[in-house]
Every structure is written in C-alpha cells, then in structure tokens.
Design a protein. Structure first.
Length: 134
C-alpha cells in the first residue's frame, strides 16, 4: 500500500507542475507591426484592406474578432484565421456593413489563441481612424 501512496503523491505533483507551467509560461503567439489601412475614406458595402507585418510563434489558428468603434461598438461575426507560422506580411479585407452609420471609426481586432487546455491569449490591435462617407 506504500507504493500506492507514493504513486499518488508523484502523480499529484506532476499534475500540479503541469498546470503551473501552462498557467505561468509567457506566451507571445502573435506580434504585429506596420499595421496600415489602404485608405482613410470608405463607403458602406465596400471593403477596407489592412496590411500588416507579423510574426506568428505558435502553430495554432486564432479566432479573429473585428469591432467597429465610433463611440458605439459594432461587432462582426468572428472568423477563424490560420496565418502562416513565422514572420510574414499579410493583407486582410474587411467588409464595411451597410447597416453602419456614416462617421469616423476605428477597427479593433482581437486575435484569440487557445494556447493550451487552460489558457487563452488575446492579441489586440486598434487601427488608425477612417471615415465612412456614405
């Protein structure tokens, strides 16, 4: 019966160590730089393009949440983004919903990564201002 107690202690220590590692490890799944919009004026129903340099350090897809902000927050449907691992350049096309009012907006992008079974990391970016003119 001594070996059962010893095995239980070793397994408990191992599980606690694993959970602490998962919880405390510093993750940087995505680093963004040189993020720019292709224009500062856009019409409803059109697309605006966002260009960015990135370094993706994890081989997992992200859920991308795009929000239009003008004092009021307009959320869009989340989408799965599986950017190529490593350092690259990408361009995303964002649809401007016809239901949005005219005015000045910023885009907030949140890349949400499930890095392990107990932890989620969000990488946030707020765009420069642009105007919906009609």
């Amino acid at each position: 019966i001594n070996w059962i107690a010893y095995l239980t202690i070793v397994l408990a220590f191992g599980l606690i160590s694993l959970f602490l590692y998962w919880y405390l490890k510093p993750y940087k799944p995505l680093e963004l730089s040189n993020v720019t919009l292709d224009r500062v004026e856009v019409n409803r129903g059109e697309h605006i393009h966002i260009s960015a340099d990135y370094c993706k350090n994890i081989n997992k897809p992200a859920t991308l949440y795009i929000t239009f902000i003008d004092g009021i927050i307009y959320n869009t449907q989340p989408q799965i983004m599986d950017l190529e691992t490593g350092c690259h350049h990408t361009t995303l096309s964002i649809y401007i919903p016809r239901a949005l009012p005219t005015g000045k907006f910023m885009l907030k992008g949140v890349f949400r990564y499930n890095v392990n079974p107990i932890r989620t990391i969000d990488v946030n970016h707020l765009s420069e201002e642009f105007t919906i003119i009609k």
